[in-house]
Design a protein around this ligand. Structure first.
Ligand SMILES: Nc1ncnc2c1ncn2[C@@H]1O[C@H](COP(=O)(O)OP(=O)(O)OP(=O)(O)O)[C@@H](O)[C@H]1O
Length: 310
């Protein structure tokens, strides 16, 4: 189990980056860390991996304390793997060799089988013999993930793991990778901007703002009951409107056209989203977004009703 106890961290000559962060993570559990750019997600991953020394607090993996470069000549915990935003691959060797580098040379048959299994997880079997320098950014990102998995870490730390991967591949890769981690009981912490990384796959989610954790729950609870706009906005567009004197956070699909609606809005623009249209409208000089099955002409006035359909 990972235990993070009240840690604080500050880069030299910078303002506080992280303050009083505490959480636990069990074996095989999957946590998403979310928050705006610069809030400290990558810094937290680096601290957990042992690349930075905290100013206060302690971290443990089971009974072993996680310590940084002030204590270890070669920082980084052996039983963790960390995939940073720069992938640090060997450009002039093949995809297979990059993955197999961390596997034992004494058992070549096993290493070959394991490399093939991981190539399958990242959907790169046909690129096995291609030199890494000839791969796209997204392909290199996938190789970096496979390489981190080669030696079956107990905890995998992923920093924006799908940032360079196109939507077409992203969804199937997410499903394969997170299923594999669950099957192997490998704990995982993902730093991400993308609500889709957490909603369908994470057991827990932690939101960082202004150096500290402002929300910590399951992704579905945070989605259904966001305490502030910052949290809801990690998942989708969100409207903040005053209805009957009460401020409410509503996702666009919670507002629907209805003759009995009490919110009279004027349509500004319709955006095609494939399965539906996202309609931008004006309500008392405030932008309101709602969804509709079809497009609506600009300047048309319609009535909206709040649907409790989360
Ligand atoms: N090596 C460093 N030296 C000094 N300040 C740093 C260093 N690395 C990061 N910072 C600062 O610490 C803060 C947190 O950075 P960090 O990279 O952890 O954020 P992040 O949430 O991961 O951002 P992003 O989502 O853009 O990757 C930022 O203000 C950043 O400028």
């Amino acid at each position: 189990m990972l235990q993070v106890n009240n840690i604080s961290f500050q880069y030299p000559k910078q303002e506080q980056t992280l303050e009083n962060i505490s959480f636990t993570l069990n074996k095989g559990e999957h946590l998403c860390i979310m928050g705006e750019s610069g809030c400290g997600k990558s810094t937290l991953l680096k601290i957990i991996y042992g690349l930075l020394d905290v100013n206060n607090g302690t971290l443990f993996w089971n009974d072993e304390q996680i310590l940084g470069p002030a204590y270890y000549l070669v920082p980084g915990m052996d039983f963790f793997k960390y995939v940073a935003q720069d992938f640090d691959l060997m450009p002039y060797t093949s995809v297979s060799e990059n993955i197999a580098k961390f596997l034992s040379r004494f058992y070549p048959e096993e290493a070959k089988k394991r490399t093939e299994e991981l190539l399958e997880v990242i959907e790169m079997t046909e690129f096995a013999d291609v030199k890494v320098k000839n791969l796209s950014g997204g392909q290199q990102q996938r190789v970096a993930i496979a390489r981190a998995l080669a030696k079956e870490p107990e905890l995998l730390l992923l920093d924006e793991p799908f940032s360079q991967i196109d939507n077409f591949k992203k969804n199937s890769l997410r499903r394969k990778l997170f299923r594999y981690l669950k099957e192997q009981n490998i704990a995982c912490i993902v730093a991400t901007h993308d609500g889709n990384d957490s909603l369908s796959f994470a057991d827990k989610m932690m939101v960082i703002r202004n150096h500290t954790v402002i929300a910590d729950n399951t992704p579905s609870n945070l989605y259904r009951n966001p305490k502030e706009k910052y949290v809801a906005a990690l998942f989708d567009d969100v409207n903040e409107i005053n209805i009957n004197g009460k401020e409410q956070l509503l996702y666009p699909h919670q507002l629907q056209i209805s003759k009995e609606g009490s919110l009279s809005v004027s349509v500004v623009k319709a955006y095609f989203k494939g399965s539906h249209w996202l309609i931008e409208s004006l309500y008392k000089n405030q932008s309101l977004f709602f969804t509709n099955a079809s497009s609506i002409e600009e300047k048309k006035t319609v009535l909206l009703k709040v649907q409790n359909c989360l």
